[in-house]
Design a protein around this ligand. Structure first.
Ligand SMILES: [Zn+2]
Length: 140
Protein backbone atom coordinates (compact mmCIF):
# COMPACT_ATOMS: atom_id res chain seq x y z
CA UNK A 1 0.00 0.00 0.00
CA UNK A 2 1.23 3.48 -0.86
CA UNK A 3 1.39 5.73 2.18
CA UNK A 4 -0.52 8.92 1.63
CA UNK A 5 -0.30 12.22 3.47
CA UNK A 6 -3.53 11.37 5.28
CA UNK A 7 -2.12 8.12 6.68
CA UNK A 8 0.69 10.01 8.42
CA UNK A 9 -1.77 12.21 10.32
CA UNK A 10 -1.95 10.99 13.94
CA UNK A 11 -5.28 10.04 15.48
CA UNK A 12 -7.06 12.57 17.68
CA UNK A 13 -5.40 12.91 21.07
CA UNK A 14 -6.96 11.49 24.16
CA UNK A 15 -8.43 13.96 26.60
CA UNK A 16 -8.51 12.21 29.97
CA UNK A 17 -10.36 13.54 33.01
CA UNK A 18 -8.72 12.98 36.38
CA UNK A 19 -11.43 10.44 37.33
CA UNK A 20 -10.63 8.43 34.19
CA UNK A 21 -6.83 8.36 34.56
CA UNK A 22 -6.63 4.94 36.34
CA UNK A 23 -8.83 3.39 33.62
CA UNK A 24 -6.57 4.71 30.84
CA UNK A 25 -3.37 3.83 32.70
CA UNK A 26 -4.66 0.23 32.78
CA UNK A 27 -5.53 0.35 29.06
CA UNK A 28 -1.98 1.53 28.35
CA UNK A 29 -0.74 -1.49 30.30
CA UNK A 30 -3.01 -3.77 28.22
CA UNK A 31 -5.62 -4.32 30.93
CA UNK A 32 -9.35 -3.63 30.95
CA UNK A 33 -10.45 -2.68 34.46
CA UNK A 34 -13.42 -1.25 36.32
CA UNK A 35 -13.72 0.51 39.66
CA UNK A 36 -15.34 -1.84 42.17
CA UNK A 37 -17.15 -0.87 45.34
CA UNK A 38 -17.37 -3.16 48.36
CA UNK A 39 -21.19 -3.09 47.96
CA UNK A 40 -20.81 -4.86 44.61
CA UNK A 41 -21.29 -1.93 42.21
CA UNK A 42 -18.89 -1.30 39.32
CA UNK A 43 -18.00 1.93 37.54
CA UNK A 44 -15.94 2.78 34.49
CA UNK A 45 -14.45 5.81 36.30
CA UNK A 46 -13.46 6.78 39.81
CA UNK A 47 -16.54 8.26 41.43
CA UNK A 48 -18.62 8.10 44.58
CA UNK A 49 -20.76 4.97 44.69
CA UNK A 50 -24.32 5.70 43.60
CA UNK A 51 -25.65 2.75 45.65
CA UNK A 52 -23.95 3.01 49.05
CA UNK A 53 -22.43 6.53 48.84
CA UNK A 54 -18.89 5.22 49.41
CA UNK A 55 -16.21 7.78 48.59
CA UNK A 56 -14.32 7.53 45.28
CA UNK A 57 -11.11 6.72 47.19
CA UNK A 58 -12.70 3.60 48.67
CA UNK A 59 -13.32 1.99 45.27
CA UNK A 60 -10.63 -0.31 43.88
CA UNK A 61 -9.71 -1.04 40.28
CA UNK A 62 -10.16 -4.69 39.36
CA UNK A 63 -9.90 -6.76 36.19
CA UNK A 64 -13.18 -6.69 34.27
CA UNK A 65 -14.74 -9.55 32.31
CA UNK A 66 -14.69 -7.62 29.05
CA UNK A 67 -18.03 -9.18 28.19
CA UNK A 68 -20.86 -6.93 27.07
CA UNK A 69 -23.65 -6.21 24.67
CA UNK A 70 -24.29 -3.37 22.25
CA UNK A 71 -26.97 -1.08 23.72
CA UNK A 72 -26.97 1.39 20.83
CA UNK A 73 -24.65 2.49 18.06
CA UNK A 74 -24.07 4.80 15.12
CA UNK A 75 -22.18 4.20 11.91
CA UNK A 76 -19.70 6.95 11.05
CA UNK A 77 -19.52 7.19 7.27
CA UNK A 78 -17.73 10.54 7.10
CA UNK A 79 -14.25 11.20 8.50
CA UNK A 80 -14.72 13.91 11.14
CA UNK A 81 -10.95 14.00 11.72
CA UNK A 82 -8.30 13.69 8.97
CA UNK A 83 -6.93 10.51 10.63
CA UNK A 84 -10.16 8.70 9.72
CA UNK A 85 -9.90 9.57 6.02
CA UNK A 86 -10.00 6.19 4.30
CA UNK A 87 -10.97 4.48 7.57
CA UNK A 88 -14.75 4.86 7.27
CA UNK A 89 -17.26 3.42 7.77
CA UNK A 90 -16.82 2.44 11.42
CA UNK A 91 -19.13 1.87 14.36
CA UNK A 92 -19.26 3.88 17.59
CA UNK A 93 -21.35 2.08 20.18
CA UNK A 94 -22.53 2.25 23.76
CA UNK A 95 -21.69 -1.16 25.20
CA UNK A 96 -23.29 -2.38 28.42
CA UNK A 97 -20.69 -4.39 30.29
CA UNK A 98 -21.65 -7.57 32.14
CA UNK A 99 -20.68 -5.82 35.41
CA UNK A 100 -23.17 -3.02 34.67
CA UNK A 101 -21.32 0.09 33.50
CA UNK A 102 -21.73 1.40 29.97
CA UNK A 103 -18.79 2.54 27.89
CA UNK A 104 -18.43 4.28 24.56
CA UNK A 105 -16.27 2.32 22.16
CA UNK A 106 -15.91 1.01 18.60
CA UNK A 107 -17.26 -2.30 17.39
CA UNK A 108 -14.65 -4.13 15.35
CA UNK A 109 -14.29 -7.53 13.65
CA UNK A 110 -17.71 -7.25 11.99
CA UNK A 111 -19.03 -5.57 8.89
CA UNK A 112 -20.78 -2.37 9.95
CA UNK A 113 -24.00 -3.71 8.43
CA UNK A 114 -23.86 -6.74 10.76
CA UNK A 115 -23.78 -4.73 14.01
CA UNK A 116 -27.05 -4.97 15.93
CA UNK A 117 -28.46 -3.74 19.22
CA UNK A 118 -28.12 -6.55 21.74
CA UNK A 119 -25.23 -8.29 20.00
CA UNK A 120 -22.60 -9.80 22.27
CA UNK A 121 -19.13 -8.28 22.17
CA UNK A 122 -15.83 -8.74 23.97
CA UNK A 123 -13.57 -5.84 24.93
CA UNK A 124 -10.08 -6.05 23.46
CA UNK A 125 -7.17 -3.65 23.70
CA UNK A 126 -6.27 -2.35 20.27
CA UNK A 127 -3.87 0.17 18.83
CA UNK A 128 -4.79 3.41 17.10
CA UNK A 129 -1.80 5.18 15.66
CA UNK A 130 0.50 3.97 18.42
CA UNK A 131 -1.99 4.77 21.17
CA UNK A 132 -3.80 1.97 23.01
CA UNK A 133 -7.57 1.96 22.93
CA UNK A 134 -10.32 -0.36 24.08
CA UNK A 135 -12.59 -1.74 21.37
CA UNK A 136 -15.51 -4.16 21.31
CA UNK A 137 -14.80 -7.18 19.15
CA UNK A 138 -17.72 -9.03 17.58
CA UNK A 139 -15.57 -12.18 17.81
CA UNK A 140 -16.55 -13.36 21.28
ZN1 LIG B 1 -21.09 0.99 46.88
Amino acid sequence: MIETETQRIPPPSRVVALEDQPFWDAIDAGNFVLAHCTCGAYYARMQACLHCKASPASLSWVAASGQGTVRTFVIFDKPYHPYFEGRVPYVVAVVTLREGPEILTNVIDADVSAVEIGMAVRIVIGDRGGQKIHQASARI
